[in-house]
Write a new protein. Structure first.
Length: 396
């Protein structure tokens, strides 16, 4: 693990074992000082001159290339900005325009609900016979026919960690004349991704999970370079214009990936993310993936040995699993709150999923064994069986 960073590079409270980087990554130590400097020296000292003098306007592309390096995207093919839901909408809208004779968007029932909501919204706007069709994850390829315009899948399932095999799925989708869109929310920074090799048309993702960009960190969108000058952005925002400061009344799309910009860059959040992305210099994704799987396998083995009340919900085959492990328990929400109360932080997804993320950037084998011991205490002694743990908060 020579090129994988240690936990000292992150702000993790004393006594906490953090197994929730799959939902919100911890803050890298350099972020607070850099953001404070940006606030004081750039916004405070430069005022509006910061757009040029501090490079704020170029941040979406600059940071996009930093993200691109760990997802196998060529320079100039990724841009940052807006939320993941917005980027999903952009990719979907552009994809169906590339395939105008077809009317169906295909996804799977394991996809993150927001992706499906955005697809439903797009279908409602387009009308003209468009529809969203969902099938079980295992049935995606068999469901493709000549009515499918685009296939939108999240590579790693947010609940169970089940993983689609990107390259062969993309090849099968394209062989059927469809456009491929991948959501990398649970992939970027967790597993090896090579968008260039996969040859997909579009990819999107968030940066507040494994990339440690902070709550609300901006999303990214990738467009395959040969398409970037041809896609038609449905959200034709000011900063996606070819010459935004010409203030033309008519929209002209920017060159390449720049046309997928929409609104004003979130400079404070991008500054935090830029610091976080610097930590990836020298990290070997193959090595990181191998270490993550070791930690996962250790966790599964120790939980199944010591805590029979929990049932594995994630695939047992490591090649079919992302960077998280999920177990089922009928009172999973309460059990997770009891666990968090004792310093082991994971999270819960309805109806009964206890999720645990394994990031070797700040976790080791000792953390895993300690977490299992605390979880065993919670389960064997029914420490979760309290009203205070069963009352659900807004965020689970």
């Amino acid at each position: 693990m020579s090129h994988i960073l240690k936990k000292e590079a992150f702000v993790i409270p004393e006594g906490v074992i953090y197994l929730d980087g799959n939902s919100l990554g911890p803050m890298p130590r350099g972020v607070a000082a850099r953001v404070q400097s940006m606030l004081e020296d750039e916004w405070g000292g430069m005022l509006i001159r910061g757009w040029n003098g501090a490079g704020w306007m170029d941040q979406p592309s600059r940071v996009g290339d930093m993200v691109g390096r760990i997802i196998g995207a060529p320079v100039g093919s990724v841009v940052m900005g807006d939320t993941l839901s917005i980027k999903v909408f952009q990719a979907l809208a552009s994809a169906v325009k590339l395939n105008p004779e077809r009317r169906v968007i295909l996804s799977d029932t394991g996809n993150f609900p927001s992706d499906l909501y955005m697809a439903e919204g797009l279908v409602g706007l387009l009308e003209q016979g468009y529809e969203l069709r969902t099938v079980a994850p295992e049935e995606v390829l068999s469901a493709i026919d000549d009515s499918i315009a685009a296939v939108m899948l999240t590579e790693v399932d947010y609940r169970t960690g089940r993983k689609h095999d990107m390259k062969p799925v993309t090849q099968a989708v394209q062989a059927a004349g469809c456009i491929m869109i991948w959501d990398l929310a649970h992939s970027a920074g967790a597993i090896e991704v090579d968008l260039w090799e996969a040859n997909c048309e579009f990819a999107v993702g968030c940066t507040y999970k494994y990339l440690n960009g902070g709550p609300g960190a901006p999303a990214f969108i990738y467009v395959r370079p040969d398409l970037a000058d041809h896609v038609q952005p449905a959200l034709s925002g000011w900063l996606g214009h070819r010459a935004p400061f010409a203030f033309d009344l008519d929209y002209r799309p920017g060159a390449g990936i720049e046309r997928m910009r929409v609104g004003t860059p979130p400079v404070i959040q991008l500054t935090a993310l830029e610091v976080a992305m610097e930590l990836w210099d020298g990290v070997d994704m193959q090595e990181l993936r191998a270490e993550s799987l070791k930690l996962q396998e250790q966790f599964i083995a120790e939980v199944e040995r010591d805590i029979p009340q929990l049932t594995l919900a994630s695939p047992r085959d490591t090649s079919l699993r992302g960077s998280q492990v999920s177990f089922r328990f009928a009172e999973g929400y309460a059990a997770m709150q009891a666990l968090i109360d004792r310093g082991v932080i994971g999270d819960f997804r309805a109806p009964d999923i206890m999720r645990f993320g394994f990031t070797p950037m700040y976790l080791d084998a000792g953390d895993v064994s300690s977490a299992v011991a605390i979880l065993a205490d919670v389960m064997h002694n029914d420490l979760w069986d309290q009203d205070t743990y069963k009352t659900r908060s807004k965020v689970t």
